[in-house]
Design a binder for this molecule. Structure first.
Ligand SMILES: [Zn+2]
Length: 383
């Protein structure tokens, strides 16, 4: 007999979607979860970060093994609400799907984890080991919250980790890394009729970005069997202010999705080399790596991954594929220092609508994960 009915489970997701935790205000989500857990005799702790931002940690059971489960409480901006068929912050059901910002990424995964803990605790479970929920803030921009969990030692004694990002019926055990880099080129302004009096800031920056494209697209033959190739893209370019002036400043930003075979440190080193080439020709270019999260990849045949795949098949009625996903997750931080054979999966309800207008989660899948997580957490700890 369940403690929470189907309607209550939907209501919890509804409540979570209604909290506007758009890259901020995760403390409101944390407070909601703390109250919900407390109503079912589960202690939790809000860990303030800054302003209205906080992480939340909650545990049931005791001793080892410790299964870490993690989900983020922030969501991305819904954009133009008029483009949505219904209000992005009001969970709305249409044709078997639940629509709303965060429905897939990842308030459904977070809700399913919390519901599973409530149900297990009500049955006096786990009888062996501990489930530690780490709900994070600031995942969508720079994986901020998980860095706090890592630095404060919450991962030290964790024996296995599940992140409930929206994999759907797929078990992921690897994801790409990500880097955001800003290049600022400084030149010297001059009237465009006398360019020899100035130094064009745009020219060397263009050359640098072309060299980057050449190096990371044409010359790069490194590819990861799960993740594919590294990708390199200039995403922002600004320079000059007047058509008849030699520009004294140009700024470009690039995003790079890294793989273990060509990691963040190696990419940085290569780019510094390209900057140096431009400097030798008289350019003045500053390089600022303002975000850098490593890729993560563990063995795909851990006991946790096997169990996730087995239960996924039971619930969905189809065989689950395993492999990698492109987006960065909190595992960039949480898996720091863990070995290649560490049991880790990304496994949670959702479809391919994250960050999109009319984001949704299949209602049935959400409800299945509420039950599946109970089986997964309990069976993993008792294995
Ligand atoms: Zn996410």
């Amino acid at each position: 007999m369940s403690v929470l009915s189907e309607d209550q489970r939907i209501q919890i997701l509804h409540d979570l979607v209604a909290i506007l935790s758009v890259n901020d205000h995760e403390q409101k989500v944390a407070e909601y979860l703390r109250k919900l857990l407390a109503a079912h005799q589960i202690d939790s702790q809000i860990l303030p970060v800054t302003g209205d931002r906080a992480n939340l940690v909650a545990e049931i059971g005791s001793g080892h093994p410790i299964l870490g489960i993690s989900g983020h409480m922030d969501v991305v901006d819904p954009g133009d609400a008029d483009q949505w068929a219904s209000d992005p912050f009001t969970l709305t059901e249409r044709q078997g799907n639940l629509y709303g910002r965060g429905a897939t990424d990842m308030k459904s995964g977070l809700a399913a984890m919390v519901i599973a803990m409530i149900e297990l605790a009500a049955q006096g479970k786990p009888t062996k080991g501990t489930i530690r929920l780490m709900a994070t803030m600031g995942e969508e921009v720079g994986e901020l919250g998980s860095k706090y969990f890592l630095d404060d030692g919450y991962m030290k004694d964790v024996d296995a980790l599940l992140i409930g990002e929206p994999s759907g019926w797929y078990v992921a055990h690897a994801h790409k890394g990500s880097m955001d880099i800003r290049f600022t080129s400084h030149g010297r302004a001059a009237h465009s009729s006398m360019p020899e009096d100035g130094f064009n800031a745009i020219d060397p920056l263009l050359q640098l970005l072309q060299d980057g494209n050449h190096l990371f697209r044409e010359m790069n033959h490194e590819t990861n069997e799960l993740l594919g190739p590294l990708t390199f893209n200039t995403t922002i370019f600004n320079g000059g202010s007047q058509v008849n002036s030699i520009p004294d400043k140009a700024v470009a930003e690039v995003n790079i999705r890294t793989i273990p075979e060509l990691n963040n440190a190696e990419v940085k080193e290569e780019l510094q080399r390209l900057v140096t080439i431009q400097k030798e020709d008289g350019a003045q270019i500053d390089m600022d790596v303002y975000m850098s999260q490593p890729s993560r990849s563990v063995q795909g045949d851990s006991a946790l991954a096997d169990l996730a795949a087995k239960l996924g098949q039971q619930y969905s009625g189809k065989e689950l594929k395993r492999g990698g996903i492109a987006p960065v997750t909190d595992a960039s931080n949480l898996l720091e220092g863990k070995p290649k054979n560490y049991p880790f999966v990304i496994f949670g309800p959702g479809n391919n609508t994250p960050h999109q207008v009319n984001e949704s989660v299949p209602k049935k899948m959400y409800l299945q994960f509420c039950d599946l997580y109970q089986d997964l957490f309990d069976q993993f700890l008792n294995a």
